[in-house]
Design a protein around this ligand. Structure first.
Ligand code: C2E
Ligand code: MG
Ligand code: MG
Ligand code: MG
Length: 287
């Protein structure tokens, strides 16, 4: 009986694998077309300080497909990473973000705002990544001090010496570096000490049920702040969704926030309107 069962299982898995492979190739082709047809777009999510002023934004990619509408990066960035297409997409993101940053420098409502750009591990490990960043800055004329590259802890799983060298070369360009989704990955305290970071972003999963009485996340959120400050990093809380969360984080001493409570990621034009409206008066923060 086992024999027949195994045979069916194998056939089942072969079919499954074939379907997955086909879907994967389809997605790769679709992403390549999307890139050529200019279907990607950057949205911007405001970041605020303790006074409620907008201090910057994070650029977040969206795929706007004529048939399927708006597609979340969670649905295509992992595939793009596996297929290597993330390099071309990431290049487009970097160049587009730098152009935006330059335009912000020339507009009163947005002057001086920083722009955070997500960099995938594969992109960071490109031999000529430094040159690519240099070129994007030169072509756009963006101020490197206002560009923040968001790296993730998965970077640290590989060759730490090389990572530190690349990070140092980036900071020599005066670009700022941030460690995204902090607390979910490979960081050890030893690593943290060696990295030329400007900021860590506490992962939103810790903020989410921080106020739940059984949650240990309150302790984590508290500890990460003092840890980050001890290392001299700015510490940003991600995924702030409610006024209660914001108040609590402020009491703990957090001074940088990003989340739906303030604003979702929005297109460039809307972001400009948001800045005009809220630059000195974000919702829900008393002065
Ligand atoms: P991330 O870099 O950690 O970005 C934060 C994500 O949290 C964004 O999702 C944002 O829309 C979402 N978010 C912000 N505030 C809240 C909140 O209050 N509540 C909740 N539930 N979510 C919130 P998004 O835009 O779907 O992006 C998902 C991930 O995709 C990003 O996570 C990042 O890892 C990746 N990604 C996005 N754009 C790019 C890009 O241009 N390049 C690369 N390599 N990755 C990107
Ligand atoms: Mg990010
Ligand atoms: Mg994050
Ligand atoms: Mg994330």
């Amino acid at each position: 009986q086992a024999k027949q069962g195994d045979g069916n299982q194998t056939a089942f898995y072969d079919a499954r694998a074939a379907t997955i492979a086909r879907e994967y190739i389809q997605l790769h082709t679709a992403l390549l077309q999307a890139l050529n047809k200019n279907e990607f777009s950057l949205f911007y999510q405001p970041q605020t300080n303790a006074q409620g002023q907008v201090i910057g934004a994070e650029a977040l990619i969206r795929w706007i497909n004529p048939e399927k509408g708006l597609i979340s990066p969670l649905h295509f960035i992992p595939a793009a990473e596996r297929s290597g297409l993330i390099l071309a997409i990431g290049e487009w993101v970097l160049q587009t973000a730098c152009m935006t940053l330059r335009s912000w420098q020339e507009t009163t409502a947005t002057r001086g705002l920083s722009l955070s750009v997500n960099v995938s591990t594969r992109q960071f490990y490109q031999e000529d990544f430094i040159d690519r960043v240099t070129k994007a800055l030169q072509l756009s004329g963006a101020n490197p001090r206002l560009l923040k590259l968001e790296l993730t802890e998965s970077l640290l799983a590989d060759d730490l010496n090389r990572v530190v060298d690349t990070m140092k070369a980036l900071t020599n360009l005066n670009v700022r570096l941030s460690l995204d989704d902090f607390g979910t990955g490979y960081s050890s305290l030893q690593y943290l000490q060696r990295l030329p970071l400007h900021q860590i972003k506490v992962d939103q999963s810790f903020i989410k049920d921080m106020l739940n009485s059984h949650s240990k996340n309150e302790a984590i959120v508290r500890t990460v702040l003092s840890l980050g400050e001890a290392f001299g990093f700015e510490v940003m809380a991600e995924g702030v969704e409610t006024l209660d969360q914001l108040k609590f984080l402020q009491q703990l001493g957090y001074r940088q926030f990003q989340g739906y409570y303030f604003c979702r990621p929005i297109p460039k034009d809307q972001f400009l309107d948001y800045c005009k409206q809220y630059n000195y008066n974000s919702p829900g923060i008393r002065h």
